[in-house]
Write a protein that binds this ligand. Structure first.
Ligand code: ADP
Ligand code: MG
Length: 251
């Protein structure tokens, strides 16, 4: 496999570390994360000291009933929401201490998101959609276009680059969303019910791709899912129970 392209002219801060054999290992630490939402009465406590550690190249499934706080936890880990207390540390950087502009830059570079809904822009082509996260850092560079084409090829969509999202099937749209999540070479990929809207066969194909790409890109991967088939593909399974993360019992 060819190494993923690095971007040497990028600033150090928030920029992606070049990845090589001697590169430092990635690590994610989620330490005693609690999350409360204010209400008119007592605050709604969703997460209660949830902790999780993930090392380079590892993946984990997070399961739990609807409303147990899975999306909230993923949003906190992905810095989309601040925790009420606790810390999220990615590659030695305490994300809970960063202000929003620095957080946004860090997130854009280091964290990829895939949701149940593909969130593709309908007016943009497949290729343009994949390139969207690169726009935040200035004009699109030829290396980015090359990487977008490579990723679309890997998800089996090299012949759909000029299509609009409406011209794709559900599975194809989710594969575009996967390529878009990886365009900036994140160290951590967060997937919230990524196969939730897909039929069984399509879901299996997307799940397979998710794992294949995780290996190729040497990322850490957290998948929130209702699907026992998808969860079974991950090397570890955790369950959100009363706001805490526990090792899930095997089915
Ligand atoms: P899951 O993804 O496991 O279904 P969520 O994390 O979406 O669960 O939601 C957990 C709980 O937190 C739910 O009771 C939900 O209503 C509540 N919740 C989620 N987001 C917010 C918010 N922004 N404000 C208030 N309550 C929220
Ligand atoms: Mg959810």
């Amino acid at each position: 496999m060819a190494p993923s392209p690095t971007f040497p002219d990028e600033p150090e801060k928030g920029g992606r570390r070049p990845r090589g054999l001697n590169d430092a290992m990635s690590e994610l630490l989620v330490e005693d994360v609690s999350k409360e939402f204010p209400t008119r009465g007592e605050p709604l406590v969703v997460l209660r000291a949830a902790s999780l550690q993930l090392a380079d190249g590892e993946n984990v499934a997070i399961i739990g009933p609807s409303g147990s706080g899975k999306s909230t936890l993923l949003n906190v880990i992905g810095t989309l929401e601040p925790p009420t207390s606790g810390r999220v540390v990615l590659d030695g950087q305490d994300l809970t201490g960063l202000d929003e502009p620095r957080l946004a830059a860090f997130r854009n570079r280091q964290i990829g998101f895939v949701f149940q809904e593909h969130h593709l822009l309908p007016q943009c082509s497949v290729l343009e959609n994949v390139l969207l996260p690169t726009i935040a850092t200035g004009p699109t560079r030829p290396e980015s276009v090359e990487r977008a084409r490579m990723l679309l090829d890997r998800v089996g969509l090299s012949d759909r680059m000029e299509h609009r999202p409406a011209e794709l099937s559900g599975g194809e749209r989710q594969r575009v969303a996967l390529a878009r999540a990886l365009i900036n070479g994140p160290v951590l990929l967060l997937a919230d019910e990524p196969t939730g809207n897909l039929d069984r066969t399509t879901a299996a194909r997307v799940a397979e791709l998710l794992l294949e790409l995780q290996k190729q890109e040497k990322m850490m991967l957290i998948v929130v899912t209702h699907s026992s088939r998808l969860a079974a593909l991950m090397s570890r399974k955790l369950e959100l129970d009363e706001g805490k993360l526990k090792t899930a019992n095997s089915p």
